[in-house]
Design a protein around this ligand. Sequence first.
Ligand code: SF4
Length: 498
Amino acid sequence: MNHIDKPLCNCGVVGIYNHPQASLMTYYALHALQHRGQESAGIVASRQKSSDPSKKKFAIHKAHGLVLDIFADENILMHDLRGTASIGHNRYSTTGSNIKRANIQPFYSSYHAGNLALAHNGNLTNTLTMRRNLSNEGVLFQTSTDSEIILHLIARSREDTTLLRIQDALRQVRGAYSLTILTDEGLVAARDPHGFRPLCIGKLGDSYVVASETCALDIISATYVRDVHPNEIILIDDETIRTGVIKSMQIDDVTPRPAHCIFEYIYFARPDSMIFGHAVDKVRRKLGKRLAEEGGVLPMEPGGKVVVINVPDSSNTATLGFSRVNQTAHGTDTRYEIGLIRSHYVGRTFIAPGQANREFKVKTKFNVVRGVLEGQQVVVVDDSIVRGTTSKALVNLIREAKPREVHLRITAPPITHPCKYGMDFPSREELIANQHNLDVEEIRAALGVDSLQYLSIEGLLETVPNENGEGYCTACFTGNYPVEIDSEANKLALEEMG
Ligand code: SF4
């Protein structure tokens, strides 16, 4: 997928237990989660050893590329990865090089207590300290990712059971993690104490499914049971299949206030998913509505009309909400139109460096519907502005259709800080909001639009679900990081450590 100037999402994880075609189900689920990571993917499956049915054999297949391409050879899923339990991972690298094959997840290890495979979504925040400590104790790292630390901590734990070993490991790491772990006993899933990233549990007949978003349950017709709670480790094993009881334990003794990633609602999660217990579609519509309340666009002359367009696909849902309220609250003749058409066949287009090529990159992804925009007062609703380079190129493209005016409305506050919990943002200096010291009028002029309005942080916090005492991370808008970062490690810091 050719992302253009959006924060890149981290990863998607899946786990299936007690299904005769576990890896095939994982494959479909990973395909539904492809938006969470497009650099690489992998599946680990377990089956009984034919020589000794009391033991498990783990098989793995992983590669760079998209899920449908990596598993295109049907022998991989039907033969190599046969078995009744599996985990899978889609990766966009937030720590570690994206070229290194060893960094592709799931990770697999055979240790004194048996087989262990792990898939991780999120970023740890005490990575450098933990890695240094483990290296000093003689641990040899195969990858340059934070996720491998968890695997070593589990393998080195002196606790008696798998669940206790995993708890012991997770008590030592900090930051964001939604995990699926496959062991000889069963499928384990865990979510960090703050619950930064989503993770849900579903059921499919006698099988259990764990996935980052509910769209992965839908594709295999599994029904949503509940979320893995923040600060919770669950185990689904043969006893669960017999009794229906999911074993559960806390990671830390005290569960802190949640810090769900608010950006999942704004942009990352699919609108057809439910995350943190709520439908993304509904929340995103409300964000658009609130933005229209805060910054509606009135026609230039009485009786005139306003044409509202989305930036496909990320702002489709919010634009529905915006145009509805722009019509009702302001009594404005507001038309929601399809003014931009997105090419779905972009892939990794070769673009030479330079500003003019940025425009070309936008043109490989979008084209304008001239008849919709020409001579109109156009409102473009988008979900975020990062560097601003793409927004500017998009505005230039829209201007080629000769609208009378172009107004930009953003369903998020200005991004001022990078994410430390698993999203890839550019540096603070590269963010357009910082380049103009948060001066919206300056940003407007730089983007070349007639007006610009961001959603306020108050508007954002009042719009996302709050009824059950939810708490959110808003660090990329406010700089208030809910979990301490123990070093300013960048994405490739572990590479440099060797
Ligand atoms: S910093 Fe932003 S993107 Fe990162 S977890 Fe917090 S809200 Fe989400």
